[in-house]
Design a binder for this molecule. Structure first.
Ligand code: AHG
Ligand code: MN
Ligand code: MN
Length: 332
């Protein structure tokens, strides 16, 4: 029996996420529904974070928490809230046996050793923008475990490499809240309708323009970038490109996927390996990028082909419109 892509299924804009997941699952004759349920769990966690983000200015959830995460970075209260909410949603769901999170050094065991999946996540991305009502996000990456079902998950379940992701996506808490995800059959975006409490398919089969006119990079680190990146910035200025840098990877990435553009976070003197994390920032967004016809690289290799060494490793990251990424890497 052939498997239909989601594009072939009749799934019009306006359909709910639940229906979309259900119909997409029916295209896979042997699907057990566990991945579908996991995606629903993530969507539910996104609704809860959305609620917290929306009231962030009203209650005492903004500001520093007084603790640091595994990378020694300042944790915001909402980072912690998002982390707790996501873990709880995935524990309750039962499909996930273990999680890694930007906010926890060690593997988080859900207590469901019979779960077939593991999830790597950045529960709250763009933390410097929390306190000022600017777009932030959540990033997630899903693998089918390689250790036997019923045993305790290990680091090997998380170090499979980007090509082994079975699904990945992000939630953007912006002027609207959106869930964008892919199971490897294209990319679809769902806008959250607060009044209905439902995600509605609003961006069907997202395709990133092959060429764009936006570049997104922290220009303040110019002197810290290598020659190829400095030259790219010089050329972009000369060629009349526009700079757009929110400082929330999810938001910058999302805009570039829709409008065409390139996001760059190179290595710097302060962060010689780059700042972004391979497993729960670069891999999932690279998966989405590739599914949308865009590209993602560390400057030398397609990010999805980079072998992971450790769960929290960092990587330089360049992603966006195919021709722009190719143009950049040709000079590297
Ligand atoms: P996080 O909030 O999860 O730590 O991620 C922040 C990341 C990313 O979202 C953003 O693009 C980048 O850090 C911004 O870093 P700079 O302030 O160094 O430009
Ligand atoms: Mn992040
Ligand atoms: Mn984060």
């Amino acid at each position: 029996m052939s498997v239909k892509s989601t594009q072939e299924l009749v799934l019009p804009v306006g359909v709910t996420l639940d229906r979309f997941i259900m119909r997409s699952q029916s295209a896979f004759p042997y699907a057990t529904g566990e991945l579908s349920q996991l995606l629903r769990d993530i969507a539910l966690a996104g609704k809860i974070i959305n609620r917290e983000v929306n009231k962030a200015g009203l209650v005492d959830v903004t500001g520093a928490n007084g603790t640091a995460n595994v990378q020694g970075e300042h944790q915001q209260k909402l980072d912690v809230v998002a982390n707790v909410r996501f873990i709880r949603a995935l524990k309750n769901g039962g499909e996930v046996c273990a999680i890694i999170s930007e906010e926890d050094e060690d593997i988080i065991y859900t207590g469901n050793d019979h779960g077939k999946y593991v999830v790597a996540m950045d529960p709250l991305d763009g933390s410097s923008n929390i306190d000022v009502n600017v777009s932030i996000g959540t990033i997630f990456s899903i693998y089918r475990r390689v250790t036997p079902v019923g045993s305790q998950a290990t680091v090997e379940d998380f170090k499979q490499g980007g090509r082994k992701q079975v699904a990945a996506g992000y939630i953007l808490y912006g002027s609207s809240t959106m869930l964008v995800y892919s199971t490897g059959c294209g990319v679809n975006g769902f806008t959250y309708d607060q009044s209905l409490g439902e995600y509605i398919l609003s961006h069907k089969d997202i395709c990133c323009p092959v060429q764009g006119s936006i570049y997104s990079i922290n220009d303040a680190y110019y002197n810290s970038y290598d020659n190829a990146v400095q030259q790219f910035i010089t050329d972009s200025r000369r060629d009349g490109y526009s700079a757009r840098y929110i400082g929330s990877l999810v938001a910058d990435f999302h805009r570039n996927m829709l409008k065409g553009g390139i996001y760059l976070y190179p290595s710097t003197r302060k962060d010689p390996q780059g700042k972004l994390r391979l497993l729960y920032e670069c891999y999932p967004l690279a998966f989405i990028a590739e599914q949308a016809g865009a590209k993602a690289t560390n400057g030398y290799r397609n990010i999805l082909d980079v072998e992971p060494d450790s769960m929290h490793q960092r990587s330089p990251f360049y992603t966006g419109s195919a021709q722009m990424v190719e143009g950049l890497t040709a000079d590297m």
